[in-house]
Write a protein of this length. Structure first.
Length: 149
């Protein structure tokens, strides 16, 4: 029993120690980190792959799928990186899966990039340069509400 508790406690201790120090970000989502073309493609992909649960308007719904826009989005993703959103978008979130466990599937990085670009655009972020698909670069982009919101 003690061995089992130790096995469970070690990963939790590691995660809590990693999250204890604030992350330094090079950019925010407000720095033009995606292109309009990516967001346009992302809208179509989002509607096909995500819209049935998260809603065509990204306001959440079916099966408790969270909103991907507005105050609820920023409450959930505030001060996390675009990598965190990108990583979550890769997970299979079907009705049959446990909402606490991601069932990973392969999705081309460009497809995930486009969906994430669309989500950022719907949340008011401006277009600019292409969103990278490199995980280290995505970790450098912070999600946060616009100043004053």
């Amino acid at each position: 029993m003690m061995k089992r508790l130790l096995i469970l406690a070690l990963p939790l201790a590691l995660v809590s120690s990693l999250s204890a120090s604030p992350q330094e970000f090079a950019k925010t989502m407000w720095d033009g980190v995606f292109t309009s073309a990516d967001a346009v493609r992302g809208q179509s992909d989002y509607l096909q792959m995500c819209g049935s649960c998260h809603g065509a308007d990204l306001k959440g719904g079916k099966g408790g799928a969270p909103a991907l826009t507005g105050p609820a989005f920023f409450e959930r993703w505030r001060n996390l990186s675009v990598f965190d959103l990108y990583f979550a978008a890769e997970g299979r979130m079907g009705e049959a899966s446990n909402p606490l466990v991601f069932d990973f599937r392969y999705m081309p990085p460009e497809l995930v990039r486009d969906i994430v670009s669309y989500i950022l655009e719907v949340n008011g972020a401006p277009a600019g340069t292409e969103l990278p698909t490199d995980f280290d670069q995505l970790r450098q982009i912070q999600i946060l509400p616009k100043a004053g919101q």
